[in-house]
Design a protein around this ligand. Structure first.
Ligand code: KG4
Ligand code: ZN
Length: 340
Protein backbone atom coordinates (compact mmCIF):
# COMPACT_ATOMS: atom_id res chain seq x y z
CA UNK A 1 0.00 0.00 0.00
CA UNK A 2 1.03 3.59 -0.45
CA UNK A 3 0.90 4.61 3.22
CA UNK A 4 4.28 5.35 4.75
CA UNK A 5 5.01 6.09 8.37
CA UNK A 6 7.97 8.29 9.07
CA UNK A 7 9.59 8.58 12.47
CA UNK A 8 11.52 11.82 12.95
CA UNK A 9 14.23 12.45 15.57
CA UNK A 10 15.56 15.89 16.53
CA UNK A 11 18.58 16.22 18.84
CA UNK A 12 20.62 19.14 17.52
CA UNK A 13 20.69 21.21 20.70
CA UNK A 14 18.77 21.17 23.97
CA UNK A 15 15.46 19.55 22.99
CA UNK A 16 14.89 15.87 22.30
CA UNK A 17 12.06 15.69 19.80
CA UNK A 18 10.35 12.62 18.35
CA UNK A 19 7.36 12.52 16.01
CA UNK A 20 5.48 10.21 13.70
CA UNK A 21 4.10 11.50 10.39
CA UNK A 22 2.02 9.53 7.90
CA UNK A 23 2.27 9.97 4.14
CA UNK A 24 -0.66 8.68 2.11
CA UNK A 25 -0.20 9.33 -1.61
CA UNK A 26 -0.51 13.00 -2.53
CA UNK A 27 -2.58 14.00 0.50
CA UNK A 28 -0.93 16.46 2.91
CA UNK A 29 1.23 14.43 5.34
CA UNK A 30 -0.43 13.95 8.70
CA UNK A 31 1.17 14.29 12.14
CA UNK A 32 0.10 11.21 14.13
CA UNK A 33 1.89 11.94 17.40
CA UNK A 34 4.84 13.83 18.83
CA UNK A 35 6.85 14.09 22.00
CA UNK A 36 9.30 16.69 23.23
CA UNK A 37 11.67 16.71 26.15
CA UNK A 38 13.27 20.05 26.89
CA UNK A 39 16.62 20.19 28.71
CA UNK A 40 16.30 23.90 29.40
CA UNK A 41 15.91 23.49 33.17
CA UNK A 42 19.10 21.41 33.32
CA UNK A 43 21.21 23.96 31.41
CA UNK A 44 19.77 26.98 33.19
CA UNK A 45 22.14 26.57 36.13
CA UNK A 46 25.07 27.12 33.72
CA UNK A 47 23.56 30.09 31.87
CA UNK A 48 23.70 28.26 28.55
CA UNK A 49 23.77 24.86 26.87
CA UNK A 50 26.55 22.54 28.10
CA UNK A 51 27.21 20.29 25.07
CA UNK A 52 28.39 17.23 27.01
CA UNK A 53 25.33 17.31 29.27
CA UNK A 54 23.07 17.80 26.26
CA UNK A 55 24.42 14.65 24.57
CA UNK A 56 24.03 12.55 27.69
CA UNK A 57 20.48 13.70 28.21
CA UNK A 58 19.52 12.95 24.61
CA UNK A 59 20.80 9.41 25.19
CA UNK A 60 18.59 9.14 28.27
CA UNK A 61 15.44 10.51 26.61
CA UNK A 62 15.33 9.44 23.02
CA UNK A 63 14.18 5.81 23.32
CA UNK A 64 11.56 6.34 26.07
CA UNK A 65 10.21 9.29 24.09
CA UNK A 66 10.09 7.17 20.92
CA UNK A 67 8.13 4.48 22.76
CA UNK A 68 5.73 7.09 24.10
CA UNK A 69 5.12 8.61 20.65
CA UNK A 70 4.50 5.22 19.04
CA UNK A 71 2.07 4.20 21.76
CA UNK A 72 0.27 7.56 21.52
CA UNK A 73 -0.18 6.95 17.79
CA UNK A 74 -1.08 3.30 18.29
CA UNK A 75 1.62 2.33 15.81
CA UNK A 76 4.05 -0.55 16.35
CA UNK A 77 7.76 0.09 15.80
CA UNK A 78 7.67 -2.66 13.14
CA UNK A 79 5.22 -0.54 11.13
CA UNK A 80 7.61 2.39 10.75
CA UNK A 81 8.83 2.68 7.13
CA UNK A 82 11.50 5.36 7.37
CA UNK A 83 13.53 7.00 10.11
CA UNK A 84 14.48 10.64 9.64
CA UNK A 85 16.96 12.46 11.85
CA UNK A 86 18.55 15.89 12.10
CA UNK A 87 21.98 15.80 10.49
CA UNK A 88 22.89 19.40 11.42
CA UNK A 89 23.64 22.12 12.02
CA UNK A 90 23.94 21.75 15.78
CA UNK A 91 26.14 20.39 18.54
CA UNK A 92 28.22 17.49 17.19
CA UNK A 93 27.76 15.18 20.19
CA UNK A 94 24.04 15.90 20.42
CA UNK A 95 23.55 15.28 16.70
CA UNK A 96 25.44 11.99 16.94
CA UNK A 97 22.91 10.68 19.47
CA UNK A 98 19.92 11.22 17.16
CA UNK A 99 21.81 10.00 14.09
CA UNK A 100 23.19 6.94 15.87
CA UNK A 101 19.80 5.94 17.26
CA UNK A 102 18.02 6.58 13.94
CA UNK A 103 20.49 4.57 11.88
CA UNK A 104 20.55 1.71 14.41
CA UNK A 105 16.77 1.52 14.59
CA UNK A 106 16.59 1.62 10.81
CA UNK A 107 19.13 -1.20 10.51
CA UNK A 108 17.25 -3.32 13.05
CA UNK A 109 13.95 -2.75 11.23
CA UNK A 110 15.55 -3.08 7.79
CA UNK A 111 14.15 0.30 6.69
CA UNK A 112 16.02 3.31 5.29
CA UNK A 113 17.24 6.29 7.31
CA UNK A 114 17.07 9.86 6.03
CA UNK A 115 19.21 12.80 7.19
CA UNK A 116 17.33 16.13 7.35
CA UNK A 117 18.80 19.63 7.52
CA UNK A 118 17.63 21.29 10.74
CA UNK A 119 16.83 24.57 9.01
CA UNK A 120 14.80 22.81 6.34
CA UNK A 121 12.79 21.39 9.23
CA UNK A 122 12.13 24.91 10.59
CA UNK A 123 11.42 26.20 7.10
CA UNK A 124 8.77 23.56 6.42
CA UNK A 125 7.24 23.57 9.91
CA UNK A 126 4.27 25.74 8.78
CA UNK A 127 3.16 22.68 6.79
CA UNK A 128 2.18 21.18 10.13
CA UNK A 129 -0.50 23.83 10.55
CA UNK A 130 -4.10 23.46 9.40
CA UNK A 131 -3.61 26.18 6.80
CA UNK A 132 -0.23 25.49 5.15
CA UNK A 133 1.35 28.02 2.78
CA UNK A 134 1.45 27.59 -0.99
CA UNK A 135 4.70 27.85 -2.93
CA UNK A 136 6.47 30.09 -3.76
CA UNK A 137 7.12 32.19 -0.66
CA UNK A 138 9.76 34.22 1.15
CA UNK A 139 10.94 32.60 4.37
CA UNK A 140 12.31 34.48 7.37
CA UNK A 141 14.27 31.96 9.41
CA UNK A 142 15.03 33.34 12.84
CA UNK A 143 16.48 30.99 15.43
CA UNK A 144 19.15 30.94 18.09
CA UNK A 145 21.82 30.11 15.54
CA UNK A 146 20.52 31.51 12.25
CA UNK A 147 18.95 34.56 10.68
CA UNK A 148 18.23 34.19 6.99
CA UNK A 149 15.84 35.34 4.32
CA UNK A 150 15.15 32.80 1.61
CA UNK A 151 13.17 32.44 -1.53
CA UNK A 152 11.38 29.08 -1.46
CA UNK A 153 9.96 27.80 -4.74
CA UNK A 154 9.29 24.23 -3.62
CA UNK A 155 10.53 21.63 -1.17
CA UNK A 156 14.27 21.58 -1.83
CA UNK A 157 14.26 24.66 -4.07
CA UNK A 158 15.76 27.30 -1.81
CA UNK A 159 17.59 30.46 -2.74
CA UNK A 160 19.37 32.42 -0.06
CA UNK A 161 18.56 36.12 -0.31
CA UNK A 162 20.53 37.27 2.71
CA UNK A 163 21.69 36.32 6.18
CA UNK A 164 23.40 37.67 9.25
CA UNK A 165 27.07 38.55 9.03
CA UNK A 166 27.58 37.95 12.76
CA UNK A 167 25.08 37.10 15.53
CA UNK A 168 21.66 35.56 14.93
CA UNK A 169 18.46 37.33 16.03
CA UNK A 170 17.87 34.74 18.78
CA UNK A 171 21.44 35.24 19.94
CA UNK A 172 20.83 38.99 20.14
CA UNK A 173 17.77 38.32 22.29
CA UNK A 174 19.63 35.80 24.47
CA UNK A 175 22.82 37.83 24.96
CA UNK A 176 20.90 41.02 25.76
CA UNK A 177 18.70 39.10 28.19
CA UNK A 178 21.78 37.72 29.91
CA UNK A 179 23.12 41.26 30.31
CA UNK A 180 19.80 42.16 31.95
CA UNK A 181 20.28 39.28 34.37
CA UNK A 182 17.55 37.09 32.88
CA UNK A 183 17.82 33.29 32.80
CA UNK A 184 18.71 31.22 29.73
CA UNK A 185 17.32 31.11 27.08
CA UNK A 186 16.63 34.78 27.45
CA UNK A 187 14.47 35.49 24.38
CA UNK A 188 11.06 34.68 25.89
CA UNK A 189 12.05 36.22 29.26
CA UNK A 190 13.16 39.46 27.62
CA UNK A 191 9.94 39.53 25.61
CA UNK A 192 7.86 39.18 28.77
CA UNK A 193 9.79 41.93 30.54
CA UNK A 194 9.46 44.18 27.48
CA UNK A 195 5.68 44.15 27.80
CA UNK A 196 5.92 46.70 30.61
CA UNK A 197 8.65 48.79 29.04
CA UNK A 198 8.84 51.84 26.80
CA UNK A 199 10.44 50.80 23.48
CA UNK A 200 11.61 54.37 22.87
CA UNK A 201 13.31 54.87 26.22
CA UNK A 202 16.76 53.86 24.95
CA UNK A 203 18.19 54.73 21.54
CA UNK A 204 19.76 51.52 20.28
CA UNK A 205 21.35 50.95 16.85
CA UNK A 206 19.65 49.16 13.94
CA UNK A 207 22.74 47.88 12.12
CA UNK A 208 22.54 47.54 8.30
CA UNK A 209 18.97 48.83 8.33
CA UNK A 210 19.66 50.90 5.24
CA UNK A 211 22.16 48.61 3.50
CA UNK A 212 19.67 48.03 0.68
CA UNK A 213 20.30 44.30 0.97
CA UNK A 214 18.43 41.65 2.98
CA UNK A 215 21.39 41.12 5.29
CA UNK A 216 21.63 41.44 9.06
CA UNK A 217 24.11 42.29 11.80
CA UNK A 218 23.32 42.07 15.50
CA UNK A 219 26.73 42.10 17.20
CA UNK A 220 26.72 45.89 17.53
CA UNK A 221 23.34 45.85 19.23
CA UNK A 222 24.64 43.56 21.94
CA UNK A 223 27.54 45.96 22.55
CA UNK A 224 25.14 48.91 22.74
CA UNK A 225 22.98 47.05 25.26
CA UNK A 226 26.10 46.33 27.34
CA UNK A 227 26.94 50.04 27.36
CA UNK A 228 23.42 50.89 28.58
CA UNK A 229 23.52 48.15 31.22
CA UNK A 230 26.76 49.65 32.59
CA UNK A 231 25.17 53.11 32.56
CA UNK A 232 22.08 52.13 34.53
CA UNK A 233 24.28 50.53 37.17
CA UNK A 234 24.05 47.53 39.46
CA UNK A 235 20.58 47.96 40.87
CA UNK A 236 18.33 49.63 38.31
CA UNK A 237 14.63 49.75 39.07
CA UNK A 238 12.36 47.25 37.35
CA UNK A 239 10.92 49.93 35.07
CA UNK A 240 14.34 50.88 33.74
CA UNK A 241 15.13 47.24 33.01
CA UNK A 242 11.76 46.80 31.30
CA UNK A 243 12.44 49.93 29.22
CA UNK A 244 15.80 48.56 28.10
CA UNK A 245 14.24 45.18 27.31
CA UNK A 246 11.50 46.86 25.27
CA UNK A 247 14.02 49.05 23.43
CA UNK A 248 16.18 46.02 22.60
CA UNK A 249 13.22 44.06 21.34
CA UNK A 250 12.06 47.02 19.26
CA UNK A 251 15.48 47.29 17.60
CA UNK A 252 15.60 43.59 16.69
CA UNK A 253 11.99 43.51 15.50
CA UNK A 254 12.31 46.66 13.39
CA UNK A 255 15.29 45.21 11.53
CA UNK A 256 13.57 41.85 10.96
CA UNK A 257 10.41 43.51 9.64
CA UNK A 258 12.23 45.97 7.34
CA UNK A 259 14.43 43.27 5.83
CA UNK A 260 11.49 40.91 5.31
CA UNK A 261 9.67 43.66 3.42
CA UNK A 262 12.78 44.24 1.33
CA UNK A 263 12.99 40.53 0.44
CA UNK A 264 9.31 40.53 -0.52
CA UNK A 265 9.83 43.56 -2.71
CA UNK A 266 12.94 42.08 -4.38
CA UNK A 267 11.15 38.83 -5.23
CA UNK A 268 7.75 40.31 -5.94
CA UNK A 269 6.21 37.54 -3.83
CA UNK A 270 3.11 38.03 -1.69
CA UNK A 271 3.63 35.28 0.86
CA UNK A 272 5.91 35.24 3.89
CA UNK A 273 6.67 32.27 6.12
CA UNK A 274 8.26 32.92 9.50
CA UNK A 275 10.04 30.04 11.20
CA UNK A 276 12.45 29.37 14.05
CA UNK A 277 12.31 30.18 17.76
CA UNK A 278 12.20 33.97 17.42
CA UNK A 279 9.06 33.50 15.29
CA UNK A 280 7.29 32.93 18.61
CA UNK A 281 7.89 36.58 19.55
CA UNK A 282 4.54 38.36 19.72
CA UNK A 283 5.94 41.84 18.99
CA UNK A 284 7.51 40.48 15.81
CA UNK A 285 4.22 38.85 14.83
CA UNK A 286 2.23 42.00 15.56
CA UNK A 287 4.50 44.26 13.51
CA UNK A 288 4.95 41.83 10.63
CA UNK A 289 1.20 41.31 10.43
CA UNK A 290 0.54 45.04 10.35
CA UNK A 291 3.22 45.76 7.73
CA UNK A 292 2.20 42.84 5.53
CA UNK A 293 -1.51 43.54 5.71
CA UNK A 294 -0.85 46.99 4.28
CA UNK A 295 0.97 45.43 1.33
CA UNK A 296 -1.42 42.58 0.63
CA UNK A 297 1.09 40.00 1.85
CA UNK A 298 -0.10 36.87 3.63
CA UNK A 299 2.05 35.78 6.61
CA UNK A 300 2.25 32.18 7.81
CA UNK A 301 3.65 31.06 11.14
CA UNK A 302 4.13 27.61 12.56
CA UNK A 303 2.02 26.88 15.60
CA UNK A 304 3.61 28.56 18.62
CA UNK A 305 4.73 25.24 20.10
CA UNK A 306 6.38 24.29 16.80
CA UNK A 307 8.47 27.47 16.43
CA UNK A 308 11.24 26.13 18.61
CA UNK A 309 13.05 22.85 17.99
CA UNK A 310 10.88 19.74 17.71
CA UNK A 311 10.70 16.33 16.07
CA UNK A 312 7.53 17.05 14.09
CA UNK A 313 9.28 19.47 11.74
CA UNK A 314 11.98 16.87 10.99
CA UNK A 315 9.42 14.14 10.26
CA UNK A 316 7.39 16.61 8.15
CA UNK A 317 10.40 17.75 6.10
CA UNK A 318 11.20 14.08 5.44
CA UNK A 319 7.57 13.37 4.51
CA UNK A 320 7.41 16.24 2.01
CA UNK A 321 10.64 15.07 0.41
CA UNK A 322 9.45 11.47 0.23
CA UNK A 323 6.23 12.62 -1.39
CA UNK A 324 8.15 14.45 -4.09
CA UNK A 325 10.61 11.62 -4.65
CA UNK A 326 13.45 13.94 -3.69
CA UNK A 327 14.54 12.10 -0.55
CA UNK A 328 17.78 10.15 -0.66
CA UNK A 329 17.44 7.71 2.22
CA UNK A 330 20.28 5.32 3.02
CA UNK A 331 20.10 1.65 3.85
CA UNK A 332 23.79 1.00 4.30
CA UNK A 333 24.00 2.00 7.94
CA UNK A 334 26.20 4.94 7.03
CA UNK A 335 25.47 8.37 8.45
CA UNK A 336 26.91 11.77 8.61
CA UNK A 337 26.41 14.65 10.99
CA UNK A 338 27.24 18.19 9.96
CA UNK A 339 27.59 20.43 13.01
CA UNK A 340 28.15 23.54 10.85
O1 KG4 B 1 14.70 27.50 16.69
P1 KG4 B 1 15.17 27.42 18.09
O2 KG4 B 1 14.37 26.63 19.08
O3 KG4 B 1 16.60 26.81 18.19
C1 KG4 B 1 17.60 27.00 17.27
O4 KG4 B 1 17.61 26.24 16.26
O5 KG4 B 1 18.39 27.93 17.53
O6 KG4 B 1 15.33 28.93 18.57
C2 KG4 B 1 15.71 29.26 19.87
C3 KG4 B 1 15.83 30.76 19.96
C4 KG4 B 1 16.46 31.22 21.26
O7 KG4 B 1 17.43 32.21 20.96
C5 KG4 B 1 15.29 31.81 22.02
O8 KG4 B 1 15.65 32.82 22.93
C6 KG4 B 1 14.45 32.37 20.91
O9 KG4 B 1 14.54 31.38 19.90
N1 KG4 B 1 13.06 32.61 21.30
C7 KG4 B 1 12.50 33.84 21.40
C8 KG4 B 1 11.16 33.64 21.83
N2 KG4 B 1 10.95 32.30 21.98
C9 KG4 B 1 12.11 31.69 21.65
N3 KG4 B 1 13.01 35.06 21.16
C10 KG4 B 1 12.19 36.11 21.34
N4 KG4 B 1 10.91 36.01 21.77
C11 KG4 B 1 10.35 34.81 22.02
N5 KG4 B 1 9.08 34.75 22.43
ZN1 ZN C 1 16.24 25.24 15.62
Amino acid sequence: NSVQRILGLESSCDETGVALVEVDGDAPPRLLAQGLYSQIAMHQAYGGVVPELASRDHVRRVLPLTREVLSQAGVALQDVDLIAYTQGPGLAGALLVGAGVAVSLAAALDVPALPVHHLEGHLLSPFLSVDPPEFPFVALLVSGGHTQLMRVDDVGAYEMLGETIDDAAGEAFDKSAKLLGLPYPGGPHLARMAEFGNPEAFALPRPLLHSGKPDFSFAGLKTAVLTQVKKIGDSPCEQTKADLAASTQAAIVEVLVKKSLLALKMTGLKRLVVAGGVGANSKLREQLNAACEKRGVRVHYPELSLCTDNGAMIAMAAALRVQRGSAEPRRDGGFEVRPR
